[in-house]
Design a protein around this ligand. Sequence first.
Ligand code: SAH
Ligand code: TMP
Length: 394
Amino acid sequence: MPIANGFLTPEQFKMEQFSELAVGYCPSCHMVQLTELIEPSTLFNESYPYFSSTSRRMVEHFKGFAQEVSQRFGADPFVLEVGSNDGILLQNFARPGCRHLGVEPSRSVAEAAIQRGLNTTVDFFNEETARRLRAQHGPADAVVGANVICHIPAIRSLLAGVEIMLKPHGLFVFEEPYLGDIIRLTAYDQIYDEHIFYFSAVALRHVFDEFGLEIVDASPQHVHGGSMRWTIGRKEQHQPTPAAERLIEREIDGGLTEAGTYQAFAQRVASSRTALVQLLEGLKQDGKRITGYGATSKSTTTLNYCGIGPDIIDFISDTTPAKQGRFSPGRHIPIKPYEAFKNHYPDYALLLAWNHGEEIIANEGSFLASGGRFISYVPTARVLEPSEHAVGPR
Ligand code: SAH
Ligand code: TMP
């Protein structure tokens, strides 16, 4: 696989870096994770092209996240966010009576937050960074993060850092794609170089235990194709809700602690590829024009795994200026601005950003009215009915 977010120029085609993408399941601690890792500084740097605020729904979602965390604060709270990107979540804590700080290593996106007046340090969060920040700013009431904790390979350094930053009664609240949803939906495109871990409650309980931390709450989120918001605290400082215990029971009943579940998943993934390729090739043979919708990092896995290139997909439209004019990693499909889609609707749009499907389909009434149709591949490859608004879990 190429680098998932490595959108490139034609001059860079020859230098493109590829690596093995494989996932392992540990039967003793139950963690599911990548088996080969790429150096974080290769992925997260001044060229990182993923700007969180491109989705309006996610902007709203993070407002709710901040409100939920804020309810638990005492006086003069201090919130530290790991992976604050362009400030999509952090902006909600930047208000009178609340101190905030974002820790974000990718300068491209960190600058966007800084320009919005958000306190941001351009750094990787780890144990060492935490020691420095604790000395400079004091302890935090909450350490928060979204779609970042599963990106950090040195999970023990990360947790040591959280431990250093938190007040005795402080909370660590983060949300990430949930393993149970990935398996249930055969959402294999959640597997890419940035997503090192695919978290479950059983695996998290195990690793938190080492740091004297426990799961205080686990709450499912209907974003990014199914996420879980984890609330973590020091042991014996909080009254855990029954949610985590119930989730663990469901995970065990659902087979997340059995290797056979992952073998069956691998078979469904292979079938999903065959079905998608057959569907697209059939449409192409009928002379249909197909474009991609959303140059997601996930789509790098789908397009490369399925061998879908510019012979099938004319281009991928995306609203992110940093991706436009570039080419998709590995398959080198051109990335064009949204207007390229809007000004000349294709017959079919492959919904590569299926995790934002509801928002996108709600916005694309005129594409559907023109006779255009979306194609999804989660949970199965199909042309979506015009009435089918929901993609992914409900
Ligand atoms: N929180 C945002 C961004 C998610 S993308 C959202 O949910 O939309 C992941 C972000 O984590 C990127 O901006 C990346 O630069 C950042 N990141 C990766 N490793 C990190 C680390 N060790 N510490 C802090 N941020 C990190
Ligand atoms: P994500 O799935 O990692 O959040 O990436 C979503 C990508 O899709 C990002 O590059 C922005 C793009 N996008 C659009 O082009 N149009 C849209 O309406 C939405 C929601 C996202």
